[in-house]
Design a protein around this ligand. Structure first.
Ligand code: ATP
Ligand code: MG
Length: 406
């Protein structure tokens, strides 16, 4: 098959391919960019594979960066864009189910494609738009099928992350996982425990943000993969609840985690523990907690000004999307109107700060923070107007009251 309409991003990279070819080597576009182009999707990053060894690539191009030279990857800088060029390689004898013991550079494209995870990811395209399809990737793309390259059982045994990738692509593309591939996932699921949590995390989030998470979630439950993910071992019921809430694609990381926590019916403490176990960033943990607190207030119809203020516009909307899906959401405009009516949208907007208070004679310390918090609440409740004159007058009054008490 030959692609006649080559996307602009590939066109821009064509001179790189041609230069490698002129030096006597083979070069192809490979992996995700080829897959996504054939599906008519937007492409983000372009990967190039070549028969040239890294040292040879560095001789061909003047501007290169050794981004992953031990794995055969050199970045070539061209018109302000960095292109990752990776030497064809084979991987052999995986002993720990996650990393090949030996990466060997080879001159054959076929050998390189053979070590890739899924048939739809094992396609290559040359500079004429000709597609190299050695494992039936094109027909799987047509039939919307996720299938391991070669013998699924062996491929997952070599690298257990591939199972999680299979689930995530089935969600991202709304593809079905082929029977033998699915069976091999069932058989090898326990090996997922060998994989670094950070890598499972990436695939899990991509799964939940995919366009058809039910595909991935269903397989996640059916194959019992969840049992080998941090703190999910006993959570089949909750995961089933997630599935029942489908269709729902998450828009952000915090929405993914709030969705999980909500369906698992976790306490605040347990949510933090879960997110820590999945190695989430502190910022994600904090945002997730806010989303969950807001979700709870939507459910109990107890949305206060303080909560609106502390949650902020984006996370309010994030929580409400989840609530709508769960059946207790509010009209988005209604919530946004309430938010817009707040006299304060964030802490920085308060027309009084610590410095102002010290200029008025306050001593630094906890009481200063307490006063600011009180002023913030009074402004939020509409009892004080948010302007320096009124707020300072209030602070002066408080100061003289304190002195009188003393
Ligand atoms: P995305 O759109 O998410 O970037 P992608 O297919 O480009 O999708 P990458 O993780 O960027 O995914 O990997 C690039 C390519 O490398 C894949 O298309 C696949 O051919 C190969 N690959 C990635 N991870 C593995 C793996 N664990 N085992 C085998 N091949 C892999
Ligand atoms: Mg990619």
């Amino acid at each position: 098959m030959r692609l006649t309409k080559i996307p602009q991003k590939f066109k821009e990279a064509l001179p790189i391919l041609k230069k490698i070819q002129e030096a006597g080597f083979e070069a192809y576009f490979v992996g995700g960019s080829v897959r996504d182009t054939l599906l008519g999707l937007e492409i983000h990053d372009i990967d190039i594979a070549t028969s040239a060894y890294p040292a040879e690539i560095k001789q061909i191009f003047s501007k290169t960066v050794d981004t992953g030279i031990e794995h055969g990857t050199v970045m070539v800088l061209d018109h302000g864009i960095g292109y990752e060029i990776t030497t064809f390689r084979t991987e052999s004898t995986y002993q720990d189910y996650r990393r090949p013991d030996k990466v060997e550079f080879v001159r054959s494209l076929a050998e390189d494609l053979k070590r890739r995870d899924l048939t739809i990811n094992a396609l290559a395209m040359d500079s004429n738009g000709q597609i190299v399809d050695l494992f039936g990737g094109l027909s799987d793309l047509d039939a919307h099928i996720i299938r391991a390259v070669g013998i699924a059982q062996e491929r997952f045994h070599e690298d257990a992350l591939r199972m999680m990738r299979a689930l995530r692509f089935s969600s991202q593309l709304d593809f079905k996982i082929e029977k033998q591939t699915l069976q091999a996932i069932v058989q090898n699921a326990p090996l997922l425990e060998k994989i670094a949590v950070e890598r499972i995390h990436v695939e899990w989030i991509k799964l939940l943000k995919g366009k058809a998470p039910s595909q991935g979630l269903q397989a996640f439950i059916e194959t019992k993969m969840y049992r080998y993910c941090p703190l999910l071992e006993t959570k089949k019921q909750g995961l089933q609840t997630m599935l029942e809430m489908q269709p729902f694609s998450c828009q952000s990381d915090e929405q993914c985690w709030a969705y999980l926590s909500f369906c698992l019916n976790l306490t605040k403490q347990d949510t933090v523990e879960l997110l820590r176990a999945w190695k989430c960033a502190n910022e994600t943990i904090q945002k997730t907690q806010k989303v969950i607190a807001f979700l709870q207030s939507l459910k109990t119809e107890n949305v206060t000004k303080r909560l609106l203020f502390e949650t902020g516009k984006d996370l309010i909307s994030c929580a409400n999307q989840l609530a709508l899906q769960a059946g207790f959401g509010w009209k988005e405009e209604q919530l946004m109107t309430q938010y817009e009516l707040l006299p304060l949208k964030n802490k920085k907007q308060l027309c009084l700060n610590g410095k102002d208070l010290m200029a008025l004679g306050y001593q630094p310390g906890p009481s200063l923070g307490e006063l600011l918090a009180r002023v913030e609440q009074l402004v939020l409740d509409g009892q004080l107007k948010n302007n320096s004159r009124d707020l300072e007058a209030y602070a002066i009054e408080q100061l003289s009251m304190n002195e009188r008490v003393k």
